[in-house]
Design a protein around this ligand. Sequence first.
Ligand code: GDP
Length: 297
Amino acid sequence: AEMFGQLTTGLESAWNKLRGVDVLTKENIAEPIRDIRRALLEADVSLPVVRRFVSSISEKALGADLIRGVRPDQQLVKIVHDELVQLTGGEVCDLVFAKSGPTVILLAGLQGVGKTTICAKLAFYLKKLGKSCLLVAADVYRPAAIDQLTILGEQVGVPVYSEGTEAKPAQITKNALEEAKRKNIDAIVVDTAGRLQIDKSMMDELKEVKKVVNPTEVLLVVDAMTGQEAAALVTTFNIEIGITGAILTKLDGDSRGGAALSVKEVSGKPIKFVGHGERMEDLELFYPDRMAQRVLG
Ligand code: GDP
């Protein structure tokens, strides 16, 4: 399923109502605006975001600075496009690297969201940038998670640092960082333990790891299928541990796209990457303008 398919169709009905109209007026945009509102809500965009979005585009549609010679329906398309770009942060936010020493990328997220997969995808991404990388198995509760990371590490040709399930995540991560320094490795990517739900022990553990290695990036991995919930999750993790951005996974699934549109506005943190499949290549930087174009079909 095309993630924004339904949203695209919903928005089309808004433009269609402006066919043959000479100029945008309060009267003739009322119904298209309602269509836009409905389409966004049906796509799981969070309600406060929809409210602000709709009020902003209504204002702009009636504003004076519209482009001459452009059809009213096209003007509204342009306004919605620009608003979508702005809503999602305007610009691409690439990884930030440490000024000296290894860059530490700490990944957090609930269980099953695709965190371990993202670790390996990021290692693969770093490798393509010509950077050496060490994967760190700090999810000590599930032996299967360590095995999975080891297998994925082999697959992308990146070493995995592990101390089994006995050591503490903060200690493992600290030791891995020391090893990376010794070996002049550019970056470490740390896989941490998730839980089914947010809980105190998970947050405490993340805080501890964070304190010990002072990461350059703390990225929350979020399943796009969680829809409305995604933006709230990013907000909570940001308040609790302080994050630098989010990674949305499973965009190839049945998600309706709302998470991609709400996260930045609700949490103040950008989506840095999106994952859209199980292969290591299925990771991309998040480009607000490309996303807006996909929404508009
Ligand atoms: P973790 O528990 O957060 O570490 O999650 P995993 O990385 O183990 O992923 C959970 C499941 O989701 C695995 O079966 C992955 O293959 C799958 N998965 C991860 N990312 C994606 C994605 O972008 N798209 C799809 N379709 N499946 C994914």
